[in-house]
Design a protein. Structure first.
Length: 115
């Protein structure tokens, strides 16, 4: 059973930065797309960004150039660099495959952005 372990969340002030990491216990080399998702207080799960095996990236409209997703197939990791964070970015962040979710969700990593 593949496990997903997200880390790197925390509390920051508006305008701050965080770097999230996702460690996948299985190989992601054959996973076409890896993604970060988030679920804010009272909100549904939403897609933040996804990255293809060839490096092509797609971001949610709300990202507006502030985040960068990357993957390392040799280490089976996916990262999300988040800059210029806003209170609306407050959420629990998860990684998984895209589209659909190949694996059981991890515990996520909580990001809190204060105004």
């Amino acid at each position: 059973q593949v496990q997903l372990v997200e880390s790197g969340g925390g509390w920051v002030q508006t305008g701050g930065s965080l770097r999230l990491a996702c460690a996948v216990s299985g190989s992601i080399v054959d996973i076409d797309f890896m993604a970060w998702y988030r679920q804010g207080p009272g909100n549904e799960l939403e897609l933040v960004a996804h990255i293809a095996n060839d490096g092509r990236t797609t971001y949610g409209d709300f990202v507006k150039g502030r985040f960068t997703i990357s993957r390392d197939n040799t280490k089976n990791t996916v990262t999300l660099q988040m800059n210029n964070l806003k209170p609306d970015d407050t959420a629990v962040y998860y990684c998984n495959s895209f589209p659909g979710w190949s694996w059981k969700w991890g515990q996520g990593t909580r990001v809190t952005v204060s105004s």
